[in-house]
Every structure is written in C-alpha cells, then in structure tokens.
Design a protein around this ligand. Structure first.
Ligand code: PA5
Length: 327
C-alpha cells in the first residue's frame, strides 16, 4: 500500500493536499485497460460526485470526440455498440448507475467500470467487463482524480486520444503550488453569510458547476452557477430586485473568446453597479487540463475553508446517506 492509501480520508484538507499524488496513482490504476473495438462516441454514466468527472472529460476533449454525460436510470435510445460507456460510481451501489449499467449490458455496449467495489464490481466480474478498482475511504467528490484520470488513460491506451502525459505532468506540478490555499482562504472570508453565484465562460462551465456542488456538499450552503454568454440574456436581469446576500465569483481564463471577455467586463460592472460584490478569479496554466484542474482545486479549497468558517465538518454528507437509505 502506498502513502496515498494510508492517509485518513475523513480529513478533507489532507485529501485535498494529496491530489497531485492521487493523479499519479490514478493513471497507474488504468495502465493495462484498453478498448479494441472502434467507437464513435463516449458516454459517462454516473451521479453526483462521480458524474462530474464526465463533465470534465467532455470539457477537456472539446470537439475532438463526442462525449455525453448520463445522469439517470436509463440510457438514451441512440447509444449502442459504437458508444464506449464509462460507468462511474465511487461506491458501486448507486441505483441510477446500476440501472444504466444493466441497460448497457442488454445493448451489449463496450463498457469500462470505475468503482471502489460494491454491486458494480460484482456485476462486472460476472460479465467480465473491465473494472478499474480505485481506493476506498474517500467521499465520492473527493475522489475526483481517481474517477477522471483512469478514463483519460483508457482512452489513450485505446488510441482514441493523443498522449495526455505532458498535460498531466504540468497539472500535477501546478497543483503543488501553496498559493492555492492563500487564494482560497481569502475568498472564503468574503463568502461568509453570502450565497455564492459562480460564473465562467461556457468552455469552463464544468468549473462553475463543480464550485457550486462543492459549496453545497463541503460548506453545506446553497450556491448557483451560470455561464457566459448565455447568462447575459437572462440571469443578469435578475439583479433588478432581490439583491440581498449574493457574492458573485467570476472565474476568468485568458483564452476565453474575446467577445466573451468583453461581456465579462461589462457584466462585472453592471453587477457591481447593482450593489453586489464581485470577485474575479483569473486562472492561469500551461494547458487546458491544468487550467481546469487548477480552477476546480481552487473551488474545492474555497468550499473547504468556508465550511470551517461555518464550524461545519466539510466531509460527511449525512442527508445524502439518509435519502439513499429511504430508497
Ligand atoms: O458527493 C456525493 O456523495 C454524491 O454526489 C455521490 O457521488 C452520488 O450520490 C453518487 O454516489 P457514487 O459516487 O457512490 O455513485
């Protein structure tokens, strides 16, 4: 067992600090897994903290491969053997994901399961479906590296994407920078007693969504997100009446489309003039993968520090467990 597996996974900050090591380990877990049949598209089936890895994959691969994310009991009619399906469930016991697995099996689809065990490990063993077993003990949302990087490795092993190793190395190096914590602490300070509204360009939309869900699950607060340019056509108008309690976070990337950057500047001014505080977070990185993970890491840390400010344990999500028991 390596060092990553020995850390106490109920301590969220230790888990966050070990993300660079988790990425390296996650790549290794998938090193022998590949798909040999030709495919036209990728689908990722999962829920919550597991499914978001599918959104990151979709963002990272942009238009290079058609990637869809399925958060439901059923799979769309259109998918069949030409779709590679990643079944992602940290616990291996999520009912929507198991149901999607069973549907895919009936359709005889190409599948790769990524899980810690549970029913999905059992089912995939019986049917000899490739199954990548990731370490137990994390919260699903905190196991992001273990859920995402094996997919990337399988896609490379199967010759569906270019070698991502340089991007991965840059990402690991960048995430070791201690400055992330300082930025996150400063931002968390501003968010106490506020409802975070997180905005990004559409190409970084997964980042805004991850920030939202991490505020929900770590800090146990409501948070909402939207993307440019669409938000300028509706959400912006909502600053007309109720204004209490919001704090807008705009996550900017220098590579955003020039017109989107102009929109961001004007939108920021208009929201400030409406009396709402806006904080801009500029994300830098040598490649898009690094930017995505840097921005996500900053959000994970900010939600962690915000939880501490509320005196809340960021790790457990008891209400989700309670709901699952009732199903
Ligand atoms: O963050 C969480 O705990 C949830 O969003 C879970 O990820 C979600 O309920 C699905 O569970 P699992 O990831 O085990 O399939």
């Amino acid at each position: 067992m390596d060092e990553t597996n020995q850390t106490d996974k109920s301590n969220m900050i230790e888990v966050l600090e070990s993300i660079p090591e988790q990425i390296a380990e996650a790549v290794k877990l998938a090193k022998d897994v590949k798909v040999t049949e030709p495919i036209k598209r990728i689908m990722v089936a999962g829920m919550g903290g597991s499914a978001v890895s599918g959104d990151i994959l979709k963002a990272y691969l942009k238009d290079k491969i058609d990637v869809r994310v399925n958060r439901n009991y059923f799979l769309p009619e259109l998918v069949g053997k030409e779709t590679l399906l990643f079944i992602l469930s940290y616990s291996g016991n999520t009912e929507e994901t198991i149901s999607a697995y069973r549907t895919a099996q009936r359709k005889n689809m190409n599948m790769v399961v990524i899980t810690t065990g549970g029913k999905l490990e059992e089912l995939s063993k019986i049917s000899k479906i490739p199954c990548i077993i990731i370490p137990k003990g994390f919260q699903p949302r905190a196991a992001l590296a273990y859920l995402f990087f094996p997919m990337l490795t399988v896609l490379y092993n199967s010759h569906f994407i270019d070698n991502p190793v340089e991007d991965i190395k840059k990402t690991i190096k960048t995430l070791k920078n201690p400055k992330f914590k300082e930025r996150a602490q400063d931002l968390a300070e501003k968010l106490v007693e506020k409802i975070p509204l997180i905005y990004t360009s559409e190409r970084m939309g997964v980042v805004a969504y991850r920030w939202k869900t991490q505020f929900n699950e770590n800090a146990k607060v409501h948070a909402f997100c939207h993307v440019f340019p669409e938000l300028d056509h509706n959400e912006l108008v909502g600053y007309g009446n109720i204004k209490a309690g919001y704090h807008v976070i705009i996550i900017k990337d220098d590579d955003d489309y020039v017109k989107v950057k102009k929109r961001i500047d004007i939108t920021k001014r208009l929201i400030s003039e409406a009396g709402i505080n806006v904080t801009e977070m500029v994300i830098k990185g040598e490649c898009f993968l690094t930017k995505l993970f840097s921005a996500i890491y900053l959000g994970d840390l900010t939600s962690y520090y915000l939880a501490l400010k509320y005196g809340t344990d960021p790790t457990p999500v008891e209400v989700i467990e309670e709901l699952k028991k009732g199903l």
